[in-house]
Every structure is written in C-alpha cells, then in structure tokens.
Design a protein. Structure first.
Lengths: 690, 520
C-alpha cells in the first residue's frame, strides 16, 4: 500500500510536506523580500502550488479509503507524539484548502499589486495556509491546536493588515450606532475583536481537550477511537457530553457560529483576498472540520451504549439558529462584503446543522456527507464570489452596493461569473453544486427521524428562501438598474469603469465554471463522496450504515434516489426567494425602500436586522464596557486609595510621625533625660516589688 | 567541569571591580563587552553543567551554618539558565540605553550646577570632556552593580543552605536598590527606598521562617532539612512566614504595591531583569522550600495558594488595562503573570507544577522582550505614554515584530513557549480538580482560563495603541533602535519560539523533578 522510496514512506512524507511547505515559504519570504518585493509573490504562489500538488498526490489512495498515519516523538517527557493523519477526510479537505488557496494567491498577485507592505502580506497568507493544513493533517488535538491558534493569529494579522486605519479600510457607516455602540470599525479594532472572540471559543476547546486527556491520557485521534474505556468512565461521571460540547465551543468561535458570530462581520476590514481565504478555505472551515473530525468519534461511541445525543442536538440547533440569524441580516446590509460574510456564517450554519443531524439519525453517513459536500461546494462558490466582489471594490473604490449599480455592461466577465457562483449559493436547481449539497442537507434533516427534525427542516427551508433573495438582491443592486451617483461622478472625472485585469478574473472564473461544471454531475459526485465516506466511517470508526429500505421511488429517471419532499421544498424555496428578489432588485417593479417604510412591521424588522438583532451591541456592553468600568472603579477606589495611599503614603506618614516623636524626645537637656531615667528605674523597681 | 558553579556565581562578583575600573578608564564600550564576556562564559558553564543531569558542588563553610553548596537540579536549572541568559543579553542591550540615561543625568546635574543658560564655546568644550568622564565613571558603576545583581540572583537559586540562600537573597536587593536610586525615572530615590523597604521586610519575614526551621532541627542545610522531621507545632507557622515573605517578592495580590513603582522607575534593562527574572525567584523558593521540604504543609496550603494566584491573575490584568505608562502596564502584567505561577504552584499536580515553572521561563522570555520594547520606545520615541504613541510598526518594524512575539508569549499563543507553560499549568489544575472531585478547584480552573482572555485583551490593546493605528505627526522621523538593542531582542524572540515548538529542552529537566517531589 505505502509506496517506498529509499526506505522512506513517500505518502507519509507528502503528508508532512503539505503543511510544512507553506510554513517554509513564510520563513523564506522575508528573506526574499530583502532582494525583491515582487519575487515574494511568486515564491508564495509556487510553494502553495507545490503544497497543493502534494495533497493531490495523496488523493488516489484516499479515494480507495486508505489512510496514512505517521508519528515522530515530540514532548517525550509527557509521552506525546506529533504526527500526520491523512485519512480520506483529511486528504479531501487538504485538497480543497490547497487548491482554493492557490487560486486566491494567484488572484492576490493582481489584487495586492503595488502595496508597499506586500512582504508582510505574503508571509501571513502562507502562515495562514500552513496553519490550516496543520489543522487538517494533525493526528492529535494538541498539535491541531497549534494550527488552530495559528489561523487565529494569521487572521488577526491579516484582518488588521492595513494597520494605519485609514478611512477607506474601515467597515460600517461612520456615525451609525446601535444602543450607543458605534458600528464603525477600524482594521486594527476588527483584528483584535476577531482574535479575542475566537479565543473565547478556544479556551472552551482547551477545557474540553484537557477533560478528555485527563481520562484518556492521549490527544491522538487514532488512540481515542482505538480504546474507548475513557469514554465509558467519562460517561459514567457525566463528563462526556460536557467535554464534547466544550470542544465544540472551539468550533463556535472559529466558524463564527451563534453566539460567537459577531467577529466575522468586522473581519471584512482585511484585503478581499484575505476575506476569500478566511471564508472559503481556512479559518471558518476549521470549525466545521473539527466537528467532522470529532463527530464520528462521538457517534461511534453510541455502539458501545455511550450516547452523546445532546452534543449533536446542540450542534444541529446552533447551526440552524446561525443559518437563519445571519441570513436575515444579509438581506438588509448595504456593504457587499458584509452580505457575503453574513452569507458565509449562514452557510456554515447549514454544515453544522447537517453534521449535527448526522449524529441524531440512524444513517450517520447521510448527514455527514451532506455537510462535508456543502463545505466543498461552498468553498468554491464563496471564494469565487469574494474574489469577484474584490474586483468590484477594486474598480469602483467603494464597499457600498449603493455606490455601484448598472455594472453589467462594463464588467461582463465579473457579471457572468458572479451569476454562476451566486446561483450556486442560491441553490439553483440541477446545474449548480450548491443545489445538490443543499438538497442533501434537506434530505438528511428530513429523513433523520429525530424529534427536532421538523422544526430544523422548516428553518433550513426558510433560510434557503432568504438566501436566494439576498443573493438576487446583491446581484441586482450591483449589476442592474441605473448607475449610482458615485459611478457617474467617477466617470465624469474621467475614470473609466473597466473589467478587472486577467490575473484577477481568471481565478474566480475557474471556480465559477467549476461550480457549474461539477454541478451538472453534482448528484454522482455526491454519491461518490457518500460511498467513500461510508467505507471510511466503517474502517476507521466502525460506523456501519444501515441499508436503505428499498421503496418505490416516486421520482423518475436520474432523480430517483432523491427525497421528493426535500427536493420539492428546495425548488420552491429557490423560486420564491429568487422571484421576490427579481421583483425588487432586477425587474425593479417595487421600490424596496418605499416597501419597507410603508408598513410598521417591516420597518421594525428591517431595523432589528440592520442592528444585528442587537447582539453585537449587547456583547460590547456586557463584555467590554462593563468590565472596563469595573476595572476603573477598582483602580480608582481600591488600588489608588486603599492600597497605594494606605500602604505607601500611610506607612510613610506613620514612620515620619514616629520619627518626629522620637526626635522631639531627644531634647539634649540632661535634666529631662535624668528625669525619664529615674522614672524608668522607679517603674522597674515597682514591678520587681509586686 | 570542577568549580563550574562556583565560577558562575563568583566570577561576576570578583571581576566587578575590574569592570568598574575598565569603565572608568576606557569607557562604556569596554565595560559592556567585558561584562558581556564574563556573563556569556558563566552562562555557558551553567548550560554545560545542566546538560549532565543533576550537578552539585559543596564547599566547607562555618560550623554554625553548615555547608556552602551549589545545586543545579531539574528545578534550579531552568531558573539559572533564564537568569543568566537574560543577564547576558541585557548587558549588551544596556549600553545604548544607559549611555543615553547617563547623558540625561549629566545635563540635569550640569544645568542645576550652572543654573542653566550661559552657553559659550569654552563651556561647551569643558562640558564635553566632563561629559565623557561622567559617562565613563557612571558606566563603570552601572556594570559593576549589574554583575553583582546577576550573581545575587543566580546564587539564590543555586544555594543549598538556608543561610546561604538568605545571603544571596539580600545580595541581589542591594545592587537593585542602587540601580534604581541612581538611574531610575521619576522620584527615583524615594522609589528605590520603597522597593528596598518592602522587599526587605519580606525578606525578614522569610528569615523568621528560616530561623524557625533551622533552630528547631539544628541545621540549615537543605539536605538535613529534607530528611528531618520538623516539630509540627512550629512548621505550619514557618511555612506561612516563608509564603508571606515570598508573596512579597512575587508581588502577589495585596503585597504587590511596590512593584509597579519599582519596575516602572528602574532603568529599562534593569526592569527587564527585575520583572521576569527576580520576582519569579519567589516561585523558585516556594518550590524548593515549601513543596520539596514541607510537603505536608504544602498539602494544606495548596488550595489557598491556588486561589491567591487566581486573584492575582485577575487583579494584575484588570489594573494593567488602566495604565497609560507602558512600563507601569508591563509591571501590572508581571503581577498578573506571577498570579499564573502561584496558580500553577497551588495546582498540586505534576503537570501543573511543571507548567508553573515553564511559566517562569516563558515569562522571562516574553516579559523580557516587552520591557526591551519599552526601552526602545523610550530611547527612540522619547515617550512612554501609550496615549502619545501609535502606528509605530511601520517606523520600527524589527522592534514591532519582537514586541508581537513577546506579546504572543505572554498571551500563551503557540508556537511560542507561552503556550507550553499555559496548557500544562491549566491541565494540571483540572487534573487535581477531577481527582479530588473539588468543585472549588473546577471553578478556579474555569476562571483561570477566563483570565487568559483578560491577559489577551490588555496585551492586544497595548499593541494596537502603540504599534498600530494612525501615526502621530510628531513621530514621523522615528527610527528603529540600534543593533545593540535589536539583536538581543531577536535572540529572545527566537528562543521563545524554539522552546514553544520543542519544550523538552526544559520539560526534560522539570517534569522528572516535579514527579519526584510529588510522587515521593
């Protein structure tokens, strides 16, 4: 199975190389940058390509459900090893990450052209990719945590990349505030917010890791599934579900799921290439990957009678709530990148929903495949959409969609590609990957037979309607209608609106075409992954899928394997959302502003959604303003008064005062000395007599 | 390798007059490089000695006190290495910073003498030769004191006898007092006196504990103390006295008020040595004196140390948020970090204790870096008020990178050594909570993790206000520091990453020792 070369296991070396190469690139880039700034970009792209090729070299083996596992000693004083685990899940993920980030890097060469801090940009991009691949390929939780914090760090550095905080790099509207919290963020503020908020998830994850380590004595995934005695003990003590949920806390933070979702919006202050990377390939996908990594483990324990149902219920509900919550906010936001950001959070919610529902159904592999397939298709279309949005920003010079409009004639390619990728996001039937993956999720939820299946299914469909609507709105506002004042002003100043350079449109073009291309064969692609995962889950976790009951399918031809209710709902959701969007933003038969203002209910709803359901403001009040207020109080009334004055100044005064007393007694008059001496003598004699 | 430790401890002391002479006759360059050479040699001696497992030396001393010995075991080695590595590189770092300080002091002095004004060509010439002489003399004194300060710290962690320990403990205070009194900022003499009084009172309480133990068993040697049974009526008293004495040293909550003054005022290279290296010696002493020698009392006190540590973590962090003076902020941060150490010491588990010691290492590297950053800012920008800084990353990129690495180390983000300290420490806390089924400990563990978010908040906020954001207009000509300052910082930054990726360098020493202590 393993290819040997000079006594070395080639596939193991490839697995190590996939994540080491980007780090190596990060290390050499500053050195290269000393010579030529321009060369750094080519070094980065070249090594990213090499890393992706190594990932692809593992693909044939992975598709036959083989796995590569290699370990080296690490912290030997505690008996911990470092290692890579390239099983089908990891290899497919590594390919998605590797290739999408490669395309984003190519795009970045054009997008970041002329930036004077370009060396720093490439350094962090490669660090980001390396950290992500480290998460994907780690064979244990502790090593995974290195990558986990690595992506956090890289996102902090890249979100705040334009650290000089110029006005054009802010997000939000200046002067607009919600409950007294200004909704206008500088890049450095946003980076800090992302890092601290995800850290809140990370400490939960650490607590979960520690709990498991305390019982299992290992962080290794293979070891954890190999001997499940730890789980029995933990379950008996009621700690298994808490530990699992705490681990999921890490995913909450990284994947921006409710209630740790608020950092994702401000993350839009980074260069658009960074947003694409965060949203498509790295960072937010890390959380989903973690759940995909650990989900089967906790499900497999069910065979031994150790159920972790609450864990999966929490995942499914968090996913459902996030999907709906963020989709509603995407509907009203005027900034194109923010719409896409909300959409990412919402789509990740779908993935979480599917992975959660997988653990609640008999047929684990259905939900599991659906969630992961959606991850892949989302990675493609979201990367494409972000890069296209970056081109728009680049050309128009504004982040507001109200500053665009009527661009379909000048930017034909971007227009076409955005439609393709946008249709995938909407789940346009039969020809897009997004349709098949979303349909698989609906079917998995519907068929799970869980108590919560119906409400979650309804939320999923509702979210699909909203998704189709806001995507249409976005495309309508950008490409249809009249030119905005901003563009007219630009053109009157002689700035001609033109298509983005080739280096930029080719990457998102490729992804948009792939979205449709794979979409056409989408059903069989999904079946392929399904088959592979069925085998993988059997081999690695002992999760056997139940054979589907053979019933007469109501659907004809190529649709025969599909669930008719899920399919029908999906079609209806798409048509309703798209239709409404068309009415308001493409056909422009009804003016949305007038429509919202016509009715108090819509007005209030619009306001709540625009103010992010007040969640962001509440978080600031409770976790930023209140603690600062408390600290200031302690500083003023305890540290400065009680401690400093009491201990230092008070002590000093006391010493000074007693010195004065002693000084005063040293009069130098012999009589008074003699008097005191005599009195003392008398006192002693008296004491002795008594 | 005979006399390796004797040399490492006493060479700096014996050669300090020579350094003074060199500085006075030749100038600051000679004094710097000579001190650096001595310390480098001694550092290498220690590292080589530490490579061969436990290493000890014994010399006869007085009948009354016992032996004069040096012990470099799993506990002492990381402390000794960090102390001397920091001292060595800070010797180089001192040069530009201190020469600047000497000149500043000279002008202060000169102006007060001549009453300002009256500038003329003759005075300028007189002034310049007087200045050179002044700088030479001052640098001689500075480096001589620097060497004695370093050897005092090293002697403390290597001592094998209570009285010997106490002597070294005081030996490091005296030069530290003079270093602050001569070259501090603000009301330096007052602050130096305050520093001396506080730590001295702490030391006296510590001495009371020592005397209680020594007199009740009739020996001050560590080896004897370890083997003998101390009468139970006095031992808890002794343990509490030692703990309070060391609590002052560690600047634990309620005994901390001297630290922000001393560390903010001390000349920055000395702050960088005081803050991570010196106060952490309190933790060393708790390991040695309480955990190793008085395990019964440790069992009783552990939970209190744990909670004391937690309070210190939060308190220091919250106060750090309120500071505008960058060095004062780092000083409060050090208090908070000492809270981590106490938290780990109170965890009562092998990995928790190992984590606490690792935190000493990592705090030495991280806080050392941050204080050195503050020094570069003071020298290059001329301001230490955070509110007057901003956007400096573009002006001083190397300093900014080193500061970020130092910040990551303090925040405990991999791949810096901070993470290795933090995860073992917190895991240890959880382990004991689970073993004892103690809700109190479980809650403390959770709150401890929350404190890491607080740490992250004040550190990131500091970075944002100093290095990012808009550059104030008056700072547009700022340049990065000299290589004397940057190269030492880069060494530390590299070191923290190496330890973070391959912590066995220290864990291989620490963990066997800790399991020996707790398992035995």
């Amino acid at each position: 199975m393993a290819t040997e070369f000079m006594g070395l296991d080639v596939s193991a070396i490839s697995a190590w190389t996939i994540w080491i190469l980007p780090f190596l690139a990060a290390v050499i880039i500053p050195a290269v940058g000393k010579g030529s700034k321009k060369a750094t970009g080519y070094v980065a792209v070249g090594l990213a390509l090499a890393s992706a090729l190594f990932a692809t070299s593992l693909l044939p083996g992975a598709l036959e459900a083989q796995e590569v596992h290699d370990q080296i000693p690490w912290i030997s004083s505690i008996g911990l090893k470092a290692g890579v685990l390239a099983d089908p899940l990891a290899v497919i993920m590594a390919n998605v990450v590797g290739w999408i980030s490669f395309l984003i890097l190519v795009y970045s060469i054009g997008y970041m052209k002329g930036d004077k801090d370009i060396v720093r940009f490439w350094f962090w991009m490669m660090f980001f990719i390396g950290s992500m691949q480290l998460i994907v390929l780690s064979d244990n939780l502790l090593q995974l945590f290195f990558g986990w914090e690595g992506v956090g760090l890289a996102s902090y550095a890249l979100i705040g990349f334009w650290y000089r905080d110029k006005a054009q790099h802010h997000v939000g509207k200046e002067g607009y505030s919600t409950l007294g919290i200004m909704e206008y963020y500088s890049p450095t503020h946003a980076g800090m917010k992302a890092f601290i908020m995800t850290k809140v998830g990370d400490i939960m994850m650490l607590a979960g890791m520690f709990l498991i380590f305390a019982y299992a004595g290992t962080f290794g995934f293979k070891e954890l599934i190999g001997d499940t005695a730890w789980a029995t003990t933990m379950s008996a003590e009621g700690l298994l579900v808490p530990a699992a949920v705490l681990l999921f806390g890490g995913a909450l933070g990284k994947s921006a799921q409710f209630p740790l979702n608020e950092w994702l919006l401000e993350a839009m202050t980074g260069p658009t290439a960074v947003s694409a990377l965060i949203h498509a390939a790295t960072m937010v996908k890390a959380g989903v990957f973690l759940v995909a990594r650990l989900g089967p483990l906790f499900f497999a324990l069910g065979a031994a009678g150790i159920l972790a149902d609450q864990f999966f219920e929490i995942i499914a509900w968090v996913g459902a709530i996030t999907a709906l919550l963020l989709a509603t906010q995407a509907v009203v936001n005027p900034e194109i990148k923010k719409v896409l950001a909300y959409s990412t959070g919402s789509q990740i919610g779908y993935m979480m929903m599917a992975l959660g529902i997988a653990g609640l159904s008999q047929q684990f592999v259905d939900g599991y495949t659906a969630g992961f397939y959606h991850l892949i298709s989302h990675a493609m279309f979201k990367a494409s959409l972000f890069m296209a949005a970056g081109s728009l920003l680049h050309v128009v010079g504004s982040r507001f969609m109200t500053d665009m409009g009527g661009l379909r004639k000048q930017m034909k390619k971007t227009y076409a590609f955005m439609w393709a990728a946008g249709l995938a996001l909407m789940g346009a039937p039969f020809i897009t990957t997004g349709f098949w993956s979303k349909d698989a999720i609906f079917a998995a939820v519907y068929e799970s037979g869980n108590t919560w299946a119906l409400p979650i299914f309804v939320i999923a469909i509702l979210t699909a309607v909203i998704t189709a609507f806001y995507t249409t709105r976005m495309i309508g506002m950008v490409f249809f209608g009249k030119k905005s004042k901003h563009i007219e002003k630009m053109e009157s100043e002689g700035n001609h609106i033109h298509e983005a350079p080739m280096l930029m449109w080719v990457p998102y073009g490729i992804l948009a075409v792939l979205t449709i291309g794979i979409g056409i064969i989408g059903l069989s692609a999904e079946e392929g992954i399904h088959e592979l995962f069925t085998e993988y889950l059997e081999n690695s976790f002992g999760i056997y899928s139940v054979l589907p009951e053979v019933d007469e399918s109501m659907l004809p031809g190529f649709l025969s394997g599909l669930n008719p209710i899920a399919l029908g709902s999906s079609l209806i959701a798409f048509s309703v959302g798209f239709g409404l969007g068309y009415i308001f933003y493409i056909g422009r038969w009804v003016d949305p502003v007038k429509f919202v203002n016509s009715n108090l209910f819509f007005y209030a709803l619009h306001k709540v959604m625009l103010n992010r359901w007040y969640l962001n403001a509440i978080i600031y009040w409770v976790f930023v303003i209140a603690p600062l207020w408390l600290a200031r109080g302690i500083w003023r009334y305890f540290e400065r008064t009680a401690i400093d004055m009491g201990m230092n100044v008070g002590l000093e005064r006391t010493i000074g005062w007693s010195a004065k007393v002693v000084q005063a007694s040293q009069t130098g008059i012999a009589q008074s000395y003699l008097f005191v001496f005599g009195a003392g003598l008398l006192f002693i004699v008296l004491i002795l007599l008594i | 390798m005979e006399y390796a430790l004797l040399q490492a401890v006493f060479l700096p002391l014996l050669l300090s007059p020579l350094v003074y002479y060199l500085g006075r006759k030749v100038g600051p360059n000679a004094a710097t490089w000579f001190s650096f050479g001595i310390l480098l040699y001694c550092t290498i001696l220690i590292i080589v000695a530490a490579l061969n497992g436990t290493y000890e030396e014994h010399y006869p001393w007085t009948e009354l006190f016992g032996e004069f010995g040096f012990l470099l075991d799993g506990l002492a080695a990381p402390f000794a290495i960090i102390i001397y590595v920091l001292a060595t590189i800070l010797a180089l770092y001192s040069k530009p910073y201190m020469v600047h300080k000497f000149k500043e002091n000279f002008h202060e002095l000169y102006q007060s003498k001549t009453g300002g004004g009256s500038a003329g060509q003759t005075t300028a010439i007189v002034e310049s030769s007087a200045l050179t002489e002044y700088v030479n003399k001052q640098s001689g004194i500075y480096f001589a004191l620097f060497l004695v300060f370093s050897m005092g710290m090293l002697g403390t962690v290597l001592a094998t006898n209570l009285i010997e320990f106490y002597i070294f403990f005081e030996v490091m205070l005296v030069p530290a007092f003079f270093l602050i009194a001569f070259w501090g900022d603000g009301p330096r003499r007052r602050i130096a006196l305050m520093f001396f009084l506080w730590t001295h009172v702490g030391a006296v309480i510590l001495l009371l504990g020592f005397l209680t133990i020594g007199l009740s068993i009739g020996s001050f040697d560590f080896a004897d103390i370890k083997e003998s049974e101390i009468p139970s009526d006095v031992v808890l008293l002794a343990a509490v006295a030692i703990l309070i004495g060391l609590g002052v040293k560690l600047a634990a909550f309620m005994f901390h008020i001297w630290l922000p003054y001393a560390h903010a005022s001390a000349p920055t290279p000395i702050s960088a040595l005081l803050s991570p290296a010196m106060i952490g010696i309190g933790a060393y002493a708790i390991f040695r004196l309480i955990i190793e020698f008085l395990p019964g009392q440790y069992e009783v006190l552990a939970i209190w140390i744990h909670i004391w540590g937690l309070a210190t973590m939060f308190y220091g962090g919250a106060m750090a948020l309120m500071q505008d003076d960058i060095k004062r902020m780092f000083a409060y941060s050090s208090i908070s970090q000492m809270g981590y150490l106490l938290f780990g010491i109170g965890s009562f588990s092998v990995l928790g204790l190992a984590g606490a010691e690792m935190m000493y290492v990592t705090h030495g590297l991280g806080k050392g870096l941050l204080f050195m950053t503050a020094g570069v800012l003071i020298l290059q920008v001329g301001s230490r008020k955070i509110s007057q800084l901003g956007g400096l990353a573009g002006k001083m990129p190397i300093t900014a990178v080193c500061a970020v690495i130092g910040a990551l180390t303090i925040m405990g983000i991999p791949p810096t050594s901070g993470f290795m300290g933090e995860w073992t420490l917190f895991y240890g806390a959880l382990e004991t909570a689970l073993e004892e089924g103690s809700t109190l400990r479980a809650v403390a563990f959770g709150l401890g993790l929350v404190a890491t978010v607080l740490t992250m908040a004040y550190i990131l906020w500091m970075l944002k206000r100093v290095f990012f954001g808009k550059l104030p207009e008056n700072l547009s000509d700022v340049k990065d520091g000299s290589w004397y300052m940057l190269a030492p910082m880069m060494v530390l930054a590299g070191f923290t990453i190496v330890v973070g990726i391959y912590p066995d360098i220290f864990f291989n020493k620490i963990i066997p020792y800790m399991s020996g202590v707790l398992g035995g």
